[in-house]
Unconditional design. Structure first.
Length: 319
């Protein structure tokens, strides 16, 4: 399957159009930190990408190629495995997006929640790679750009005549936890209908970067199209901390970070005698958890879209 890819100037407000020979496409306009759908069409598979600046097309970066779509199994390094992942083999050009100090994290608008997601991603990438990415309010056509944005699910409707069997889209509704990742030319676009979905997209992109570093010893990210959503609405973990060493709050925070990377969205903390009740202080050991620490962990987990759930055992476990 052949296609043509045009990557144009996005130094200002970008508009992105994705389509194929069956006329499936989704058009976004990034405005105030949100991706606004310009036409009510649903993206199924990336075959061509056009980027405009305020409706004016330019071609000065020379990224116009013939391409062959490769729909075979792709090991992206994402855990859990995404619902759909595709890599394209391009002729006459290097099909990589290079992560380095010149790469920009584009934070358009004044959405505090999105900014927090971007800063978490920035810190994670620095920890993994040593590269300190700069956050910018607009992209730069001469540099690599990673753009994060929200689209409005109410303005998207599925096209009825198309290859829905590719990713099982027959009659599906928009999942609030879904996300798209598009890596093409000098842009990575991470988009979702909600900040939670955008967070999961950022976590998957982090995993892609780590996987590339561990397997290829470089930060040259292949050109991907990835679409993912959870099969289960709730995905949780229960940790029994009443047996064995009592974890510190720092250790539990690290657990929360790791669970969030794997797209878990609740953490059940099982306790029998470790909670320090104000009225019964002798029940818990000296290093038990206080109400203040539980609140600190609950607030920390919210930033990672994890619901922190207590699980206090009572009389049936008393000796």
């Amino acid at each position: 399957m052949a296609c043509r890819v045009h990557c144009l100037d996005v130094s200002m407000t970008p508009k992105i159009l994705i389509n194929n020979d069956a006329s499936f496409y989704l058009k976004f306009k990034i405005e105030n930190g949100k991706l606004k759908v310009m036409k009510k069409l649903f993206l199924i598979i990336i075959l061509a990408l056009f980027i405009n600046v305020n409706g004016q097309q330019t071609t000065d970066n020379g990224c116009e190629l013939s391409a062959v779509s490769n729909q075979q199994s792709v090991n992206t390094g994402i855990i859990p495995t995404p619902q759909y992942a595709e890599i394209c083999d391009f002729n006459n050009s290097t099909n990589n997006f290079v992560i380095d100090e010149s790469c920009l994290l584009v934070d358009i608008g004044e959405n505090e929640e999105i900014s927090k997601i971007i800063n978490t991603f920035k810190n994670d990438i620095k920890e993994i790679t040593g590269v300190d990415l700069k956050v910018s309010k607009k992209g730069n056509k001469k540099r690599n750009n990673i753009v994060f944005g929200i689209y409005d699910p109410e303005k998207i409707e599925q096209i009825q005549n198309g290859p829905k069997d590719i990713i099982g889209l027959d009659s599906r509704e928009i999942n609030p936890q879904e996300y798209h990742i598009i890596v093409i030319c000098n842009h990575i676009l991470v988009s979702a209908p909600t900040p939670q979905g955008l967070f999961y997209g950022a976590q998957s992109l982090k995993q892609i970067i780590r996987h590339q570093l561990l397997t290829e010893n470089n930060l040259n990210i292949p050109w991907y199209y990835i679409f993912d959503y959870p099969s289960l609405e709730y995905r949780g973990w229960m940790d029994d901390i009443s047996r064995g060493p009592i974890p510190t709050t720092d250790f539990i925070k690290e657990q929360i970070r790791r669970l969030a990377e794997y797209k878990f969205n609740f953490f059940n903390l099982y306790t029998e005698h470790l909670f320090k009740f104000e009225d019964y202080p002798d029940i818990a050991p000296t290093d038990g958890l206080t109400a203040e620490e539980i609140k600190e962990l609950t607030d920390f987990a919210k930033d990672y879209y994890i619901e922190f759930i207590g699980n206090q055992q009572c009389f049936a476990h008393a000796e």
